[in-house]
Design a binder for this molecule. Structure first.
Ligand code: ADP
Ligand code: MG
Length: 918
């Protein structure tokens, strides 16, 4: 049965393949080989996947699968016989390198069904010459269900996310969604409900590798465009999202009696969680990853940050898409991959509850204050492998000897670390609990693994040789027999050389012939003649050599092969037994893995704090926002690499006495002064504080921010094919509609993407709305100096500017944020710094001088030039904004330049504007 519908040609096999295969299978069956018949049967059960069909040492692909894969992977497309008169396109990838090819196919959005041989070809032959080796799909490889290190980024979680919503009835306008997400490679499993308005922010936070939704939800008009804008969304048949069977599917996976075992999950959450489970079961086919029970995240537990804000603030990656230069990169001092993943998780989802934040900060503070404990922790963790992912691979049957070793080393490192830390005095709860979890795995397990595993381990268990000599007596004997036989072969070669008098006679081995005797062509004649031909049986003649076998050699070979087989069989038995004892402890190993990650994060953040002189923030339930001596964590590090100091700045958005609503800072100043940097650093400080990190400031006191918005004017979003101004306005609208009193809003040069007066009016109205309606804390950087006049009227608006000095006609940026408004733009000075030709600079100065002489309210023919600021008018002179704008609009008219028709239009426009205000 097909699991999914093809999403797009890129995501599955192009449409039509299924029917073509079916036609071949059905029609003229007599001319279809049994193997091809088997292929077609398996393929038609997995029409949406590329089928990796195992044949010996290769996975082969046929028909359009082959064409797709050869294009995608750049591998040779060949033909394999004919079916129904047509050539069958074929290509193959060697089993040993399959991971690499899978990785590329998955990254391109394909899904792959891996079909293995389920029996030895010899078994099949016993059933008759024509019988086919039994094969079946053992796993579907999809972007959200990967476990291999080679397919995963060690420092990032890879989530499978299920999105469910209640069946829409005409009556109910239910806008709730339930999300459930699993990282199959670590066993993490979470559920949460969320409002429609927060859906995309939640998805942006999780950055799932794959999203599953029901067919119905996939094609819902409201969301269809959104789903298609995401990288891997898989629509599934309704049964996967069936609410009626959800509880049963979940309880049976976890083998519990009722869903109460999971705490209080809503029916919708159960549905999403069950969809995840069903998808995991269908893709893993019989293998059971060690999933934790679904843990509920309460709505609002983390700061909501939408996709655009994450992008603007470059939290996880820069706008160019690199990790380098992002906030995550700047603060990541972890020494283990799981630690790095946990740090990224915390950064994506800053907390909103002061108590939980303080708990994390206590742990960091403990390591800040105890330098030896920090050093000890970090050096011990350095040796700790990725326990969680090793465990998952073992559990789904894809583990190797290295994974067993990883469990051993991880468990031992955890126990050592716990011992080392336990001797220290009082530890804050987060660390104390982590230490306890580090002790959970049974010590016997590590001891057993140490005893069993050899010092040098092969990559795959099938290579054998991973069980230590002396661990298993039978294995030792079998190995001795195998090695002894090899010595006997060496002796045999010497004897044959002696008997025949052919000194160059060699016994060699290859995969086709097995062991054989090899002599040069010249000696070959003698061996083929009497009497030696009684002993030497001719096998092969090559250009320069002739090859023989003997009865004795054949017998020896069988003995060696069976000893080697038996040795490998014994090793594999040991492997399975050890794996089983690891899995039996998966709960405590997982807890231990989490604890190690937690200790890594706490000590790494402490390391960062002391290295870069960060301070512990105070986070509380107020609406305060006080940052003293704040710095931009990324810019500061970049500047310090060049030896340039970063100028620290204060920011205070706290509500004035007796009010609850925070302040808005309006920041003016020339280009390059540091406005954007200042805005972002305060947003980043809020994020760092709430994720439980120290912050780049002397002192910070922050009332919990529940939502963070950051917008940059005229952001380029050509990728989505919208005008930049449209994007800016859509995003601004979202903020004005959504920001509540606990929000923090960062607006950088909003209103830039349109004509000056339009832009100014929009910026003006936006500030008013933020102040009067949203009542949130906000930072607004603008080149519209006119806006500073608003401070006279809006009680909680504060003007700030970034200081510059003019020195011999050059502008010097001091990067210092001070109260007040910028006196002018220094645009020409900045242009000069940028290297504009001197003639242009001179001309611009002349134009500017003229502009400044003109009556400011009636510039002639320069309406669209940027507004160079006149000194702000005193507040008492400020008319109401509506009138002000109307006057401004009239002032902007230049009757001499208007055609009669334009004049009429202008008149209508003014009339309309006036009517609105009335
Ligand atoms: P604006 O938004 O005002 O045009 P930016 O914030 O983009 O200016 O800053 C321009 C450059 O000035 C930054 O790239 C940075 O190198 C430098 N800069 C900004 N703020 C500071 C600061 N506080 N201390 C030192 N250098 C700064
Ligand atoms: Mg800027």
């Amino acid at each position: 049965m097909a699991l999914t519908q093809p999403v797009s040609p890129a995501a599955g096999t192009p449409n039509g393949e299924g029917s073509r295969v079916a036609a071949i299978a059905a029609g003229e069956a007599g001319r279809v080989t049994p193997m091809m018949e088997q292929y077609q049967e398996i393929k038609s059960a997995n029409p949406d996947c590329l089928l990796f069909y195992r044949m010996g040492d290769f996975y082969e692909l046929f028909f359009t699968d082959a064409e797709t894969a050869s294009r995608a992977l750049g591998i040779v497309l060949t033909k394999r016989g004919k079916h129904l008169g047509a050539d069958i396109p074929m290509c193959g990838v060697p089993v040993e390198r399959a991971d690499e090819y899978l990785h590329r196919l998955i990254a391109l959005g394909h899904r792959v069904a891996v079909c293995e041989q389920l029996e030895d070809p010899a078994e099949a032959r016993k059933r008759g010459a024509k019988s086919v080796v039994r094969r079946d799909v053992i796993r579907l490889v999809t972007p959200g269900t990967l476990t291999e290190d080679t397919l995963l980024d060690a420092r990032r979680n890879n989530y499978l996310l299920a999105v469910a919503r209640p069946r829409l009835s005409a009556a109910s306008e239910d806008s709730r969604f339930a999300l459930a997400w699993i990282d199959i490679s670590t066993g993490e499993f979470r559920v949460a409900e969320c409002e429609r308005a927060l859906l995309s922010a939640e998805i942006a936070r999780l950055e799932p590798g794959e999203i599953i939704v029901s067919d119905a939800l996939f094609s819902e008009a409201d969301l269809a465009g959104y789903w298609r804008s995401l990288p891997a969304v898989t629509p599934l048949a309704r049964d996967v999202f069936d609410g009626a069977t959800a509880e049963r599917r979940l309880t049976s996976f976890f083998a519990v009696a009722t869903s109460e075992a999971f705490g209080a999950l809503t029916r919708l959450e159960l549905t999403a969680a069950a969809a995840c489970i069903t998808y995991v079961e269908r893709t893993q086919i019989g293998n059971r990853p060690p999933l934790s029970r679904p843990l509920r995240e309460s709505a609002g537990a983390s700061m909501a940050i939408d996709q655009a804000t994450r992008g603007n603030l470059e939290l996880m990656r820069t706008l160019a898409g690199d990790r380098r230069g992002s906030l995550l990169d700047a603060i990541d001092r972890t020494v283990t991959a799981p630690g790095s993943r946990l740090l990224a998780q915390r950064l994506s989802a800053p907390l909103t509850e002061p108590g939980r934040i303080a708990r994390r900060l206590d742990a960091v503070a403990c390591f800040v204050g105890d330098m030896p404990a920090r050093a000890e922790t970090r050096s011990r963790l350095d040796a700790a492998p990725d326990l969680g992912r090793a465990l998952s691979r073992l559990a789904v049957g894809r583990g190797g000897p290295h994974d067993l070793a990883a469990i051993r080393d991880g468990v031992l490192a955890a126990a050592d670390l716990a011992r080392a830390l336990a001797s220290r005095k009082e530890m804050p709860p987060e660390i104390a609990e982590a230490i306890q979890a580090c002790r959970k795995p049974d010590g016997m397990l590590a001891a057993e693994l140490s005893a069993a595993l050899a010092a040098e381990l092969p990559a795959f268990k099938r290579d054998g040789g991973f069980v230590r000599d002396g661990y298993d007596k039978t294995l030792d004997e079998t190995r001795a027999l195998r090695d002894e036989s090899r010595r006997v072969i060496a002796a045999l070669q010497a004897r044959y050389a002696e008997d025949t008098g052919i000194r160059v006679l060699k016994i060699k081995h290859n995969n086709v012939l097995g062991y054989f005797v090899e002599v040069t062509a010249q000696h070959g004649e003698r061996l083929m003649a009497a009497p030696l031909n009684a002993t030497f049986i001719h096998r092969q003649t090559l250009a320069g050599q002739v090859r023989f076998t003997t009865t004795e050699l054949g017998e020896l070979e069988a003995k060696i092969a069976s000893a080697a087989d038996r040795a490998l069989g014994l090793e594999l038995e040991t492997f399975e037994r050890l794996t089983a004892s690891v899995i039996a402890q998966s709960a405590s190993i997982k807890d231990c893995a989490e604890a190690l990650a937690c200790l890594d994060v706490a000590s790494a953040l402490a390391h960062l704090a002391s290295e870069r002189n960060y301070a512990r923030p105070q986070v509380n339930d107020s609406h305060d926002f006080i940052v003293e001596g704040g710095r931009h964590p990324v810019v500061e590090q970049a500047l310090s690499r060049e030896g340039t100091p970063f100028v620290a700045n204060n920011c205070d958005l706290s509500p004035p006495q007796e009010t609850d609503a925070g302040r808005i800072w309006l920041i003016t100043g020339p280009n390059m002064a540091g406005k954007s940097t200042f805005l972002r650093q305060n947003a980043l400080i809020a994020i760092l504080a709430q994720m439980g990190s120290f912050v780049p400031a002397k002192h910070a006191q922050i009332g919990v921010v529940d939502r963070l918005f950051s917008r940059v004017g005229a952001a380029d979003d050509l990728a989505r094919g919208r005008s930049t101004f449209m994007v800016e306005m859509v995003e601004t609208a979202a903020i004005l509609n959504q920001a509540g009193e606990r929000a923090l809003v960062i607006l950088d040069e909003i209103g830039r993407g349109t004509a000056t007066f339009d832009g100014l009016s929009i910026a003006w109205a936006t500030v008013e709305h933020l102040h009067d309606v949203n009542k949130c804390r906000a930072l607004f950087a603008t080149h519209f100096h006119e806006l500073t006049a608003l401070a006279g009227r809006l009680a909680r608006l504060h003007n700030a500017t970034v200081r510059v000095k003019e020195w011999q006609g050059e502008v010097v940026f001091l990067h210092e944020v001070v109260p007040g408004a910028a006196d002018r733009s220094y645009g020409i000075q900045v242009a000069k710094l940028a290297g504009l030709p001197a003639s242009v600079i001179e001309r611009a100065k002349v134009v500017l001088a003229r502009l400044e002489q003109e009556d400011r309210t009636a510039p002639k023919g320069f309406e669209d030039l940027p507004l160079f600021a006149a000194p702000a008018r005193p507040p008492q002179e400020m008319p109401q904004p509506a009138e002000d704008l109307l006057i401004a609009a009239i002032a902007a008219l230049n009757p001499d330049d208007l055609s009669p028709r334009e004049a009429m239009e202008a008149l209508y426009r003014l009339k309309e504007q006036a009517a609105k205000k009335g």
